[in-house]
Design a protein around this ligand. Sequence first.
Ligand SMILES: [Zn+2]
Length: 148
Amino acid sequence: MEGRRQILQDLHEALARKGLRSTRQREVVYRVVSMAGDHPTAEEIFTRCREAMPTISIATVYNCLETLVHCGLIRQVNFERESTRYEPALVPHAHFFCDETGLVTDVELPKTVLEALKRLVPEPFFVSEVELNFRGTRSKQPPGVAAK
Ligand SMILES: [Zn+2]
């Protein structure tokens, strides 16, 4: 289980840098988010955590998620009018939210595009993070147009 050991190692190091201790709850939450490829919501993470730790509470899951975001281990993915989702902090990328299925798909963000976007912001501001979200459907026609 090399992958699992690496995940725990990353967790211990990132928490230690912030002067925090690793707990079993933080381990379980981080493992669930690390292994999820579908940008789960806190409620979905809670459901998955309970398989490994039936006694964990939703409040604990929220606390752990907050700590892991604070440590830079995971990122929040926010879409207007939708629950916050979480993913492991990987290379910068954009997201596409499908209004038909509610699924979030990663969109590759080439370095050149990312740098070009950052240059759009005028002096004296410095961009530390770019959050780019797309929203739409599979087809060109938005859902429910014919019904309205
Ligand atoms: Zn993503």
